[in-house]
Design a protein around this ligand. Structure first.
Ligand SMILES: Nc1ncnc2c1ncn2[C@@H]1O[C@H](COP(=O)(O)OP(=O)(O)OP(=O)(O)O)[C@@H](O)[C@H]1O
Ligand SMILES: [Mg+2]
Length: 1045
């Protein structure tokens, strides 16, 4: 009777193979050597029962995972799967935390209690020596939370009980980081330091009293310190919070207690994959694919190099990698350096995607699909779009080997749910409450198209665009350019006029033309005017207008069609973008076919009828994907594309992380990869659907337009894109100007502001070595043509715009000081100025100063399995202002403002979702307003480039201990001044910021803003005291408390 089943023994076998690989001995094949390693090293690492060597080998043979010939053993498990985290964190983190992500980051918390402290906290709250602390308001885990109403004092008792058999003395009661609204009293003076005897069976009450004038979350960590004869001292702690909230905040509260992510499923087993059913594609695709796309996989050795780090015997490869990374970027190393940087980014993305793995989750069957709740998907954590896939296996089979995993294709994403197409085999097996482990993947396609772009970029000639050294000084006009301005406002601004003139006359060519400047200085309107002038002046010009995000591309389109009839303009949108998200005014010129109810992709020939094509750059979001019709698949285009596998997050602050695996070589569930199941046409179709997931401008590259077909390429918000992304819109699409072959084309125009949001990256090495530098920024920093000399910038190549037309002077003051050296000039206007509209609004704490900072002492909350944060106390305040703005439209001192002139910005997706819910479902007055749907609520990224008369910002953070979390995951406002800059500078006439002043003041940018609001009289709400008492609520004092446990 064997002690181990074949499955169990083969699982150990797989782990042994992994151990060999991890220790660099995968080539070892002598049976006796392997036996020695197994017995002396491998088995010694675990206290668990392990099969003996022969039993393990037998199991691997039975499951066809090994070949044994005589003394030679050859393992068939080929893949060595590793995650190579470029963030080198101390190992101890991983051991002490309760729930740890693959990259070592703790992800969960009890209220106000980061996971990092979970163990210490558990010890602090534990009853000791028979002494217990109790209350009628115990919420578990040491939390005492009771409700209060503003203006009404409330007292609740916290009882100290001696249930032991010996006398104890309460030596000291201490309240740490106590909110001023909360106080503690008792009859015998224990809170004043009086010691008290507690006999067995005795009980002593301490009263917690709260009196608040406003809603909020008022808390303290209290500790009771005891002694006991002969020589014992101990302490017990509690977290006491009084909560004042409206019905709205209650309704918005957590739908379910927060559950941290499970530790990721880092196991190494043989895998059999059952293919799933991809979504149908009825898309009409006629666009040719003539330029192939390679896979551009990173070499395995690179991952090994990163894994081993700089201080090992393999450090020569590290040194080689570093020398390429440190080399200045030039035409000669352009391709190699960017390939390496993109590889580094991908390797880190593989690490980061692991944090989204789920265990023991259930799905619901809806017709032929299974529906899975993925709480973070709304904020691209992980990012999933139609056509993507994930893997699921039965939780009960978790330890099986080989493990059957099911590939599920995303058919649709609805808020936090994804509808998945799995194989019919799983459908048949499916029963209610069946538990699954889920592994996410990310798409390599954005990476692939960027790789291809940098490869195409080294073609002869493009260096005059990417490394320009001079211009040919040739104007396309024989005489002076005397335009009839579309936007007459520009006539008042000499720099804007000059920029348009230089672009239209083409005098910078082959060098690109750069327009940069702070927010609201008219970069976008200048780009748009130049596009319109080019369109008017050159009847054979073909213009490609791009931006990194859909919202910025939409904005370009909206501005262009103000003067150019929509039938001349084509806004090419990816099939994965919901048509509902497309602004109604640009719908007439976008590639949506009402009859087919789907996006269409016309042929190159038909596209060439449009002289202006507007699209997004390559990785701006996940939404630039195309679908392919089965018919076009059957046609067998010669594109040598590979199946893609997942997604990269869109540039949201939330989704600063993405990535994952799907290709065999990157799977954690590694090993023998076999695809069983639906083959033939369906599988081919699915593969082609994936291959079709190209970003649009890259799709244009694939279409192989004749060199020089596009005479002009404009990229707005260029600072938001990594250089290879921008190059996607250039390489293969724009031929540099050349007097003989391309005398009137080759104009590249880049506009942006390096001080606003930059590219979203995950790899610290890629960031360190320049992948975060946009093409615009690199040219400005390192190319002599664009440098400022004593006479200023050379307007033939670059224009710096400094007159701000957007915002009230008071709104601009701090960003101008913090980010623009006070260079930004406020443009004054004669007559009615929209920017002064709200200066007399009755809600302003100070008339004439159109900024409100409303302090709120709220609580960072999370719900269910969502990693995102929300803060209901802040939503209450937002809704209050919103109602004052919208309900009294035009009455009293409130100017008339429509919902479409109001924007609400929050850095966390969950807060965005809750604000939307409050406005559209919970507040009866707001939801009744006819045009309320036009009120935009979104992340900072969704507002980049946009403006509104009124901007409301909810900062969410109320617990400073999460700031490191934000920094690691590139979330929030506090650790990202660029995000603060963008958010504040969207407002024209009124800015309302709602946030916790004590937490925000931790950051010197916010501190400046807070002081400014206070000085100017714009501060209201929860008092802001700079000394900062409450903010260090837990983290700072826990250590001190711990010492007394
Ligand atoms: N010369 C001008 N005269 C009057 N108003 C102008 C002028 N130039 C731009 N504006 C106005 O200023 C506002 C900001 O312009 P625009 O959006 O082009 O700025 P931007 O520099 O692109 O800002 P961001 O950095 O936020 O993208 C718009 O309302 C625009 O109409
Ligand atoms: Mg702009």
């Amino acid at each position: 009777m064997p002690r181990f089943s074949v499955a169990e023994a083969s699982l150990w076998g797989c782990q042994f193979v992994q151990f060999l690989q991890d220790t660099g001995r995968e080539q070892t094949s002598l049976r006796e050597t392997l036996r020695t390693i197994y017995n002396q090293e491998f088995r010694g690492r675990t206290e668990a029962r392990t099969p003996n060597f022969s039993c393990m080998l037998f199991a691997l043979r039975t499951t066809h995972q090994v070949q044994v010939r005589g003394d030679l053993v050859k393992f068939k498990v080929k893949r060595h799967v590793v995650v190579a985290d470029q963030y080198r964190r101390p190992r101890s983190n991983a051991q002490t935390s309760v729930a740890t992500s693959a990259s070592g980051q703790q992800l969960s918390s009890t209220p106000q209690m980061p996971q990092r402290y979970a163990k210490q906290w558990a010890e602090l709250i534990r009853g000791k020596h028979g002494v217990e602390i109790t209350s009628d308001y115990d919420q578990g885990n040491g939390n005492i939370r009771f409700p209060v109403v503003p203006g009404e004092p409330r007292t609740v008792a916290v009882l100290v009980q001696n249930r032991g058999t010996e006398v104890v003395t309460l030596q000291r009661f201490q309240a740490q980081q106590q909110a001023r609204e909360l106080s503690f009293t008792d009859e015998q003076g224990a809170v004043q330091g009086q010691s008290l005897l507690l006999h067995p069976g005795g009980m002593y009450p301490i009263q917690a009293r709260c009196l608040t004038t406003c809603n909020g979350h008022f808390s303290a960590v209290v500790s009771f310190e005891f002694t006991k004869e002969p020589d014992v001292s101990f302490s017990i702690s509690r977290y006491v919070a009084a909560i004042a909230e409206s019905q709205l905040a209650k309704d918005l509260g957590p739908s379910a207690p927060f559950q941290p992510y499970e530790a990721s499923l880092q196991r190494h087993v043989t895998v059999i994959t059952e293919d799933g059913i991809p979504p149908d594609s009825s898309l009409k695709n006629e666009l040719e694919r003539e330029i192939p796309l390679g896979t551009y996989q990173y070499p395995k050795s690179l991952k090994d190099t990163i894994l081993l780090g700089p201080n090992t015997s393999a450090s020569s490869s590290w040194a080689a990698m570093r020398s390429l990374l440190e080399a200045p970027l030039q035409a000669e190393n352009y391709y190699q350096k960017f390939q390496l940087l993109l590889h580094l980014e991908e390797i880190q993305m593989e690490v980061d995607i692991r944090r989204y793995d789920m265990q023991d989750v259930t799905m619901v069957q809806e017709r032929a699909l299974l529906v899975l709740d993925v709480p973070g998907v709304a904020e691209n954590r992980p990012s999933l779009l139609r056509g993507d896939h994930l893997f699921a296996h039965l939780s009960s089979e978790r330890d099986h080997s080989p493990l059957v995993r099911y590939k599920g294709y995303v058919h649709s994403v609805e808020l936090d749910r994804v509808r998945l197409g799995f194989s019919s085999k799983l459908q048949k097996k499916f029963v209610k409450n069946l538990k699954f482990d889920v592994t996410f993947t990310f798409s390599r396609l954005p990476l692939q198209v960027q790789h291809r772009a940098v490869v195409l970029a080294v073609r002869p000639g493009l260096s005059s665009l990417l490394f320009p050294s001079a211009s040919c000084h040739k104007s396309l006009f024989s005489g002076p350019f005397q335009p009839r301005w579309f936007n007459r406002k520009l006539e008042t601004n000499e720099e804007q006029c000059k920029a348009v003139t230089h672009i239209v006359t083409g005098v910078s060519r082959p060098a690109p033309y750069l327009i940069f400047g702070p927010p609201g200085t008219g970069k976008t309107v200048t780009v748009v005017e130049a596009i319109k002038q080019v369109w008017t002046c050159f009847k054979d010009a073909h213009i490609l207008a791009c931006a990194p995000s859909n919202s910025a591309a939409d904005l370009l389109c909206q501005c262009i069609i103000k003067d150019i009839a929509p039938q001349n303009v084509y806004r090419l949108i990816a099939s994965s973008r919901s048509y509902r998200e497309v602004p109604t005014d640009i719908r007439p010129c976008c590639n949506w076919d009402d009859e087919q109810s789907s996006y269409v992709y016309p042929s190159k020939e038909r596209l060439s009828h449009y002289r202006i094509i507007i699209t997004t750059l390559v990785t701006a979001g996940r939404s630039e994907e195309l679908g392919l019709s089965p018919a076009s698949v059957a046609g067998g285009p010669r594109a040598a594309l590979q199946p893609g596998c997942g997604s990269r997050p869109s540039g949201t602050q939330l989704g600063g992380v993405g990535g994952g695996q799907a290709a065999a070589g990157t799977s954690l569930l590694c090993g023998r990869m076999r695809v069983k199941g639906r083959r033939g046409r369906m599988a081919r179709w699915g593969r082609m659907l994936r291959t079709a997931s190209l970003r649009l401008s890259s799709r244009l590259v694939s279409a192989g337009f004749a060199p020089g077909f596009f005479s002009h390429v404009f990229i707005d918000e260029c600072g938001h894109a990594v250089e290879p992304e921008s190059v996607v819109a250039v390489a293969g699409l724009l031929a540099p100007m050349d007097e003989e072959n391309n005398p009137s084309g080759g104009q590249l125009v880049l506009a942006g502001d390096p001080k606003q949001l930059g590219p979203v990256l995950t790899s610290p090495l890629a960031i360190q070595y320049g992948l975060g530098t946009s093409l615009l920024e690199r040219l400005m920093l390192h190319n002599p043509l664009y440098q400022k000399s004593s006479g200023g910038y050379n307007p033939q190549f670059i224009t710096k715009l400094l007159w701000n037309y957007r915002s009230h002077e008071a709104i601009l003051r701090i960003p101008n000081e913090l980010f623009y050296d006070n260079e930004l000039k406020v443009c004054r206007s004669n007559g009615l100025d929209i920017r002064n509209l709200f200066c007399t609004w009755e809600e302003l704490p100070k008339k004439g100063f159109p900024i409100i900072f409303h302090g709120v002492c709220g609580e960072d909350q999370r719900e269910a399995k969502s990693p995102s944060f929300f803060n209901t106390a802040e939503i209450e305040v937002l809704v209050h202002y919103l109602k004052r703005l919208l309900q009294s439209r035009g009455r009293g001192s409130c100017p008339s403002v429509s919902p479409k002139e109001i924007g609400i910005i929050s850095p966390y997706r969950k807060q965005v979702e809750k604000i939307r819910k409050a406005i559209t479902c919970l507040d009866p007055d707001l939801q009744e307003l006819p045009d309320i749907s036009q009120l935009k609520v979104g992340s900072v990224e969704e507002f980049q480039g946009q403006e509104r008369q009124v901007i409301l910002i909810s900062t969410v953070r109320s617990c400073s201990t999460y700031l490191q979390f934000d920094q690691t995951f590139r979330l929030g406002f506090l650790k990202n001044p660029k995000r603060l800059n963008v958010a504040i500078t969207r407002a024209k006439a009124l800015l309302i910021v709602v946030g916790n002043p004590t937490v925000l003041s931790k950051d010197h940018h916010w501190l400046r803003f807070l002081r400014y609001c206070k000085e100017q009289g714009g501060y209201t709400g929860y008092p802001f005291e700079e000394e900062g008492t409450a903010e260090d609520r837990l983290a700072n004092d826990l250590q001190a408390l711990q010492l007394r446990v």
